[in-house]
Design a protein. Structure first.
Length: 507
């Protein structure tokens, strides 16, 4: 890898790739480096089932309705100006995706087929069956590969940002294929590293979602906000095994599926008049409370009353996954349970994606824009990534690039790494976060979790010094940093808001 590039983009999901494409097309003589610690397609974007929330039908829907739905879901903590901006820019960004080759479902007349999800007052979810994220990721990767000035670097781990006098001038990159570490200077650095799901033992997130960008930004002294707001998706496929859980899309409830307890009761109406179409935080909390009453391990999604042909046609991925696990969704209920799904906080940015560190930007799930507030409205995340990557592009496209800044060589010794100890710590952390920073939290439990995190951090930091070329060491160090930020923010938040509650009555 060369020691200078014009733009470093860390992350290869929808935010990072769309920004890279726009920069590369606008400036064919400038170099764009995309850093991906895994395979290029391995991102949370790929796993997004539902779709993109965009106002398309101006007769049944409007910007005003979408704005009000988002504000209501955010529990009073959204930035209204950001919400207005993102909603209004959505249709233009959708058209760009279509022009780049992304295909979305249409009705018999050739118009975009629009679904409805929890918290939405109208049908506005643009989708590709139940694999929208995969469709988008494939289309933008295909386009990115056609641009010769994009260098998409798989299996490269950005370990830290290089900051001088509160200005980001590059990043330290570990080449996982040969254990070499280099300092790379850049005119602008963009974090698009996704979420934090792997901090939990039950998550719908990709295996690479370990909060790396947030941890790096924190070490660079960028402002981090609202880390307490973890969104739990109410319907992940229930399994006794820990790890990544398969998501049962919210769209299936919008399509008519009923959420029931073991007795067959549609219990959600006890907690919200919208029933299955209540927002994710309400549905998740309601499931936890109902299971506490019943003592059951899970609840169920009942799709058996829906026309089987339509059900399979709209949700082939869910049908296939459940069939492989012994469940025919046309005849049997799907066992489900809430799982960590999305981070609503993150690296604080302004409306141009700027962080509090000069020349450092953030977009996508790792950022905190003010759109989501305390709880994300379904399918607003892909929309946010598209809008903010475009805003960052417009901002930095107007800025000049300079000569390469000299950086010190990264001196290190190749070390013999042992993955075993880091894997054990990772599993311990995931159980700890599931217990202490789940949907229901108490100050006592949060303090206990924080004390344990600090012990683990001391252990890992000592191991990192000996294993500087180990991606596993850097990952667990980042995970512990982000876990501490979540617990500390949860302790500071005295009033229950959004996706978690400090205490709960089961009477």
């Amino acid at each position: 890898m060369t020691n200078h590039t014009n733009y470093i983009i860390i992350g290869s999901g929808i935010a990072g790739l769309t920004l890279a494409i726009k920069l590369a097309e606008a400036f064919p003589k400038r170099k764009v480096a995309i850093i991906s610690k895994s395979n290029e397609i391995d991102s949370n974007t790929r796993h997004a089932q539902g779709g993109i929330a965009v106002v398309v039908d101006k007769i049944q829907d409007s910007f005003e309705k979408h704005i009000l739905d988002t504000l209501a879901c955010g529990d009073g903590l959204c930035d209204p100006k950001v919400v207005e901006m993102v909603v209004a820019e959505g249709p233009k960004r959708l058209i760009e995706l279509i022009n780049w080759g992304a295909h979305f479902d249409t009705d018999d007349e050739g118009h975009l087929a629009l679904a409805k999800e929890g918290g939405h007052s109208a049908h506005r979810i643009v989708h590709r069956k139940d694999r929208t994220g995969f469709e988008i990721e494939q289309a933008i990767l295909h386009k990115a590969h056609k641009l010769p000035n994009i260098n998409l670097m798989e299996h490269h781990f950005a370990t830290d940002l290089i900051v001088s006098e509160n200005k980001c001038i590059g990043a330290t990159i570990l080449d996982e294929t040969n254990n070499q570490i280099v300092n790379v200077s850049a005119d602008f650095t963009i974090l698009a590293t996704g979420g934090v799901g792997q901090l939990y033992s039950q998550t719908t997130n990709s295996k690479i979602a370990t909060g790396d960008g947030i941890a790096m930004a924190h070490r660079a002294k960028a402002k981090i906000s609202n880390m307490e707001f973890i969104q739990f998706h109410p319907t992940a496929f229930y399994s006794r095994e820990s790890g990544s859980a398969f998501l049962i899309s919210e769209a299936i409830r919008g399509f008519g599926a009923h959420l029931k307890n073991k007795k067959g009761e549609r219990f959600l109406f006890k907690y919200d008049k919208r029933g299955e179409l209540a927002t994710r935080d309400i549905v998740s909390r309601s499931i936890v409370i109902d299971m506490k009453h019943s003592g059951d391990e899970c609840v169920f999604l009942d799709c058996t009353h829906i026309d089987s042909e339509n059900l399979i046609s709209h949700f082939p991925t869910i049908h296939h996954y459940c069939a492989n696990h012994g469940i025919d969704i046309t005849k049997e209920w799907i066992p489900v349970l809430p799982a960590q799904h999305y981070l609503c906080g993150g690296i604080a940015v302004d409306r141009d994606g700027k962080t509090t560190v000069e020349n450092l930007f953030a977009a996508g799930e790792c950022s905190r824009t003010g759109l989501h507030g305390a709880n994300r409205l379904a399918s607003n995340s892909l929309l946010e990534a598209l809008v903010y990557s475009h805003r960052i592009f417009k901002y930095i496209a107007a800025k000049p690039v300079g000569a390469a800044q000299p950086l010190p060589e990264f001196a290190h010794k190749k070390t013999r790494t042992s993955k075993t100890s880091f894997i054990a710590i990772r599993k311990h952390l995931q159980i700890l976060m599931q217990e202490h920073a789940g949907i229901v939290r108490t100050d006592e439990s949060l303090r206990a979790g924080l004390a344990e995190i600090r012990k683990l951090q001391k252990q890992v930091r000592a191991g990192l010094k000996r294993n500087i070329t180990s991606p596993e060491a850097h990952e667990i160090n980042n995970m512990l940093t982000v876990a501490r930020l979540i617990l500390q923010a949860s302790l500071r938040r005295k009033k229950n808001r959004g996706g978690f509650i400090k205490s709960v009555s089961y009477n």
